[in-house]
Design a protein around this ligand. Structure first.
Ligand code: NPG
Length: 372
């Protein structure tokens, strides 16, 4: 199969509410959707989850466009018409890093490849679950008001979300966690600091043990693996790594050294769904529970994440929330919460397509690229 055309669609989608974390505030999702068109007329889709600034990682939307255009697409010329997912991944290996750009392009190609075989992504993974329980990630209210936070959390709990993740940072941590735990003593609750703490905060973070949390996600800098080992020793609350995990090898090292006892698997952070599945398999074999992270995906990225999260090692609810948690209008048919979770798409490939008029409406820039 020959890929004749790659289209990059850059969209700006207003969020239903600002999403504030320890690394910044997003009000509008600046997202790139990659479309791959094959010579037999099949369209495949992938989402690039970069933000407009390098706050979560060094990648951002402008670098992703550059890397896809000038490096990843030319690298694919090496494999000619062979779009086998493993061949695509190894061709892209010539580029260091840039996992979100790689994920976007490789997922669009994987989608074409699967659609040609009429196989769903979940089936390709060997996933059997048809419904995935949803958690929700709650940002820091821009007002920094605990009562506003409680109202937001109450809305999510009423909607049926199965676990709550609170974004924290120094100065916004014990009080909101205590308030949510006080009001909902039994709800599965976890924190996410996005690297905002220091090793010297270990005693402070250990003081959260009284709240019976599921986990603390990525409290320290992503390179501070040993710091997370020390934190794991200081806290009864399990430590879960996100930003530190970029590959099977980094997951294996973090588990081996005792820096993490749970892993957040985000395909976009590890360079694609093939590697994400391999990290899942490693964790399953080591008895390490995993859950699927999110990066405010549209229906395109969400559909693929749900297929992954249908694998058996995903034993904790992930950040796979309904479309309405993020957007008034999603690019695809909206994912709607059913019984506290979302259905795993069953159609060929990722199982969803953008709605052409919505895609056109939200597009602020687009470009057509011809593979060599
Ligand atoms: O539900 O998609 C979601 C958001 C989950 O908190 C979430 N994502 O740090 O994991 C994170 C955070 C994030 C969002 C990271 C956007 C990067 C970009």
């Amino acid at each position: 199969m020959t890929i004749e055309l790659i289209r990059l669609h850059r969209l700006n989608i207003p969020l239903v509410r600002p999403f504030r974390t320890s690394f910044g505030t997003e009000v509008v999702r600046d997202v790139i959707i990659v479309e791959a068109v094959s010579s037999d007329g099949i369209h495949g889709w992938g989402e690039c989850t970069t933000m407009s600034w390098p706050g979560y990682s060094y990648e951002y939307s402008d670098t992703a466009i550059d890397v896809i255009t000038r490096h990843l697409l030319p690298a694919l010329a090496e494999i000619g018409d062979d779009n086998d997912p493993l061949a695509v991944r190894s061709a892209m290996d010539v580029v260091r890093g840039h996992p979100m750009a790689k994920t976007a392009l490789s997922t669009a190609l994987l989608d074409v490849w699967l659609r040609q075989q009429s196989m769903s992504l979940a089936t390709y993974f060997g996933a059997e679950r048809t419904h995935v329980p949803s958690g929700v990630s709650v940002g820091i209210p821009t007002s920094e008001s605990v009562s506003e936070l409680l109202d937001e959390v109450a809305g999510y709990i009423d909607a049926g979300y199965r676990r709550i993740k609170l974004k924290i940072e120094p100065g916004w941590d014990r009080e909101p966690v205590a308030a949510v735990r006080g009001r909902w003593p039994d709800i599965p609750l976890q924190t996410d600091a996005n690297q905002a703490y220091l090793r010297s905060d270990a005693d402070h973070l250990a003081s959260f043990d009284e709240f019976g949390l599921l986990l603390h996600e990525q409290p320290l800098h992503e390179e501070d693996l040993y710091g997370h080992v020390l934190l794991s020793e200081a806290c009864a609350t399990p430590i879960c790594l996100d930003e530190s995990i970029h590959s099977v090898a980094s997951a294996d090292s973090a588990i081996h050294f005792g820096a993490t006892s749970i892993i957040n698997i985000k395909p976009a952070r590890v360079g694609g769904y093939i590697t994400a599945k391999e990290i899942h398999d490693l964790c399953l074999s080591r008895g390490i529970p995993v859950w699927c992270g999110g990066m405010l995906e549209t229906g395109i990225g969400r559909a693929a994440n749900l297929a992954l999260a249908a694998l058996p090692g995903f034993t904790l609810p992930g950040d796979t929330s309904a479309s309405s948690r993020y957007y008034k209008v999603d690019v695809t048919e909206p994912f709607v919460l059913q019984d506290g979770g979302l259905p795993v798409p069953t159609g060929p490939g990722i199982g969803v397509d953008p709605i052409p008029e919505v895609l056109a409406d939200l597009t602020v820039w687009s470009q057509e690229l011809r593979p060599a």
